[in-house]
Ligand binder design. Structure first.
Ligand SMILES: Nc1ncnc2c1ncn2[C@@H]1O[C@H](COP(=O)(O)OP(=O)(O)OP(=O)(O)O)[C@@H](O)[C@H]1O
Ligand SMILES: [Mg+2]
Length: 229
């Protein structure tokens, strides 16, 4: 069976010369459908860089990324954007909601870009908002929501339409414990229904929901003891 995601000998440098920072160093990681992986590690260890590269938002300096067996290194930017829209649900560390669209429209955007009829995209968006207890704010604009609500909208957007690969960067950062747990349960449900997920987190309670836990230290990825579930 094809792996949902493979990182093969991925390194990533920022800057050059004396200012060069190596954000990732020879990272190898395979995530199968039905598998939930957590990546922990201190600030600056490379978690966001790893997720951005896994989702095709950034390109590696060395190595390759395969999504559903397709090598991203071989794709031009249009083809890459298509794979991203079709296969990847991304929760950004800073939400990245579109200010001029309502909450409902924000959640529907990736599906509409993927060619879904508008009515079907809005229906799936409404369902994703319901699951996260956000039905009351569907017609609000992002600026009228609290940070925690915006984060939940970002999670609804990433999981609506059942993408095969969910990448979430600190998805519970602005949430209280109970809401944070609900978010992780939702990701866990999507994984149990066949998605693959990587979640970057500082939170050990969140990581306990994962099948495998890794730690990044200065851009190097280490397997951590098996999570107990
Ligand atoms: N666009 C960029 N330009 C230059 N350096 C960068 C860039 N993005 C990341 N870095 C550097 O790469 C390293 C890894 O950063 P990254 O954001 O991936 O860490 P992180 O683990 O997500 O941190 P945090 O927990 O604070 O979100 C850091 O040294 C950071 O300064
Ligand atoms: Mg980060």
């Amino acid at each position: 069976m094809t792996q949902a995601l493979q990182l093969i000998a991925v390194s990533r440098d920022f800057g050059s010369g004396a200012l060069r920072v190596r954000a990732l160093e020879n990272v190898n990681l395979t995530v199968r459908a039905g598998e939930f992986v957590a990546v922990m590690g201190p600030s600056g260890s490379g978690k966001s860089t790893l997720l951005d590269i896994a989702g095709g938002i950034e390109r590696p300096s060395q190595g390759d990324v395969l999504i559903d067996g397709v090598s991203l290194g071989s794709l031009d930017s249009n083809a890459l954007a298509m794979v991203r829209r079709r296969s990847v649900g991304f929760v950004f560390q800073k939400y990245n909601l579109i200010p001029i669209l309502t909450v409902l429209e924000n959640v529907a955007v990736p599906m509409e870009l993927d060619g879904w009829p508008r009515g079907r995209a809005l229906e799936a968006a409404r369902q994703a908002l319901d699951e996260l207890g956000l039905q009351g704010v569907a017609d609000f604009y992002p600026e009228n929501l609290s940070g925690g609500q915006q984060q939940r909208v970002a999670i609804a957007r990433a999981t609506a339409g059942s993408p095969r690969l969910i990448l979430a960067d600190e998805p519970t950062g602005a949430l209280d414990t109970i809401t944070g747990e609900a978010i992780v349960r939702l990701i866990r449900d999507r994984v149990d229904a066949g998605a693959a997920a990587i979640v970057a987190t500082h939170d050990h309670r969140l990581a306990a929901w994962a099948d495998r836990v890794f730690t990044l230290e200065d851009g190097r990825l280490y397997a951590t003891e098996q999570a107990q579930r």
